[in-house]
Design a protein around this ligand. Structure first.
Ligand code: ZN
Length: 143
């Protein structure tokens, strides 16, 4: 028996994004990425896809979190500034609070979007991961 997954059709970007927004595995769409607010399932409880593929791999999600936060704060700043309903001081306080709270809430989605983005461009398992899976399967059979 081999634990190497068989190649399957690659999901579209829309499918991957939908899975990410539901916090599901990008490969199978079934397994949950998180088992708590911050704790990740790794690997996928359904298909075995590794979510943390290498040391530092998940740091890429910071780009998603930072980018989305920056876009929203920039849009909210201009909307608030030109609406004239808030003073500069009120706008500063509101956006500073948003800049702290939103990334904490968005953390799981940023990770899910990062993993889905990576699945699109470097589907799991890549060649190196396939070799490691075969090596691990062979070592398990020798025992
Ligand atoms: Zn899965």
């Amino acid at each position: 028996m081999s634990s190497t997954p068989s190649p399957v059709a690659r999901p579209s970007q829309a499918t991957l994004t939908g899975r990410a927004l539901r916090l599901r595995c990008p490969a199978c769409g079934q397994g949950r990425l998180f088992r708590g607010w911050l704790r990740m399932n790794d690997p996928c409880p359904r298909c075995g896809r590794r979510f943390d593929r290498a040391p530092g791999y998940l740091l890429g999600s910071i780009y998603f979190n930072y980018g989305v936060t920056t876009l929203l704060v920039t849009a909210a700043y201009f909307a608030g500034y030109f609406s004239g309903k808030l003073t500069s001081q009120q706008l500063l306080i509101a956006l500073a609070a948003f800049s702290v709270l939103f990334p904490m809430w968005f953390f799981r989605y940023a990770r899910a979007l990062w993993i889905a983005f990576d699945e699109r461009w470097d589907p799991w398992p890549n060649e190196q991961e396939q070799r490691e899976l075969k090596r691990a399967a062979a070592a398990a059979e020798e025992k």
